[in-house]
Design a protein around this ligand. Structure first.
Ligand code: SF4
Length: 299
């Protein structure tokens, strides 16, 4: 596969609010899942040909050097701007080899993915989890596979993502659903939210973390609107009417969706607040309860 030069594989997070991560890592650049709402198409990231996945040159040697030099043994987040389990990973195994390095050097990991390929690495995740915190977040935005196919065209069907959560959960790995973005006028229905919570519970998920809206800007907005015209005729008009050029586009149903979501999570015993999720997955590894830092966060 194509490669691009790289100098550094780990960046320090500004604060560790987002799932308690201390570092970020993107071992690949670009993503082939084709999600119509992907924020990484925004101008500020400057990624040409975003849909083409490239590997970073000497990624593993650089990563090992970075890990050796870090005095803080923290949690490394991966999956923010490219999926670490893109189709090339099956052959390239860069993410798997990075996990090996985390294990050897005593780092935890927080993975975000839409691919069931993550289950291939459950042996390593279990091994890391013996010494350091591990969390796997599988993004699911539509309970219905047909709708997921339109908004995330080249990612695995939602049903396969739920099956992956089940497999991880049965292996004792802390795993759950990243329920975002919820797109106004598309997947922001009570029925969709209720079904996702129910399927997550049935799959043995530990948590669900939601955002009842989407952010849009520059190139990303233009791409998204083109996709709306193609797949959801008439919906772009609603976006223009409700949000204009705003970055943050919350579902008009956000309040009622949140109420249903919270009630269903409580009924099924699923964690859904960031401090609780972070506390739970780090608990066995000596972390403090973090709730006092964040208060009661309602996305
Ligand atoms: S999986 Fe993530 S990075 Fe990849 S296209 Fe979808 S939103 Fe973008």
């Amino acid at each position: 596969m194509e490669t691009i030069p790289a100098k550094n594989m780990l960046t320090r997070t500004k604060n560790n609010f987002w799932f308690g991560t201390d570092y970020n890592m993107n071992i690949y650049r670009g993503c082939s899942h084709g999600c119509i709402y992907c924020d990484s198409r925004s101008d500020c990231y400057g990624i040409d040909h975003f849909d083409q996945v490239r590997a970073k040159e000497n990624a593993l040697a650089i990563l090992e050097d970075n890990l050796r030099r870090k005095t803080l043994k923290g949690v490394v987040g991966t999956g923010a701007m490219s999926d670490p389990y893109n189709p090339f990973e099956k052959k390239e195994t860069l993410t798997r080899q990075a996990l090996e390095l985390f294990k050897v050097h005593g780092f935890g990991v927080a993975i975000a993915t839409k691919s069931p390929l993550v289950t291939r690495d459950k042996d390593l995740l279990s091994a890391i989890q013996k010494r350091s915190p591990v969390i796997v977040k599988i993004t699911i935005t539509a309970a219905d596979d047909a709708l997921a196919k339109i908004i995330e065209p080249r990612a695995a069907p939602s049903s396969e993502r739920f099956a992956a959560i089940k497999e991880l959960s049965q292996s004792g790995i802390f795993a759950g659903v990243l329920l975002m973005p919820i797109l106004p006028f598309i997947n922001d229905t009570t029925d969709n939210i209720r079904k996702i919570v129910e399927l997550a519970a049935k799959s043995g998920a530990d948590f669900i973390y939601p955002a009842f809206g989407v952010t849009l800007r520059d190139q990303q907005r233009l791409y998204f609107y083109d996709q709306l015209d193609e797949h959801f005729p008439g919906i772009k008009k609603e976006y223009l009417k409700h949000f204009g050029n705003a970055y943050s586009c919350a579902s008009p149903n956000a309040k009622s969706l949140w109420a249903v979501f919270a009630r269903e999570c409580q009924r099924h015993g699923l964690l859904y607040k960031m401090p609780d999720i972070v506390s739970r997955y780090k608990l066995e590894h000596g972390s403090q309860q973090l709730s006092f830092l964040f208060g009661d966060i309602i996305p």
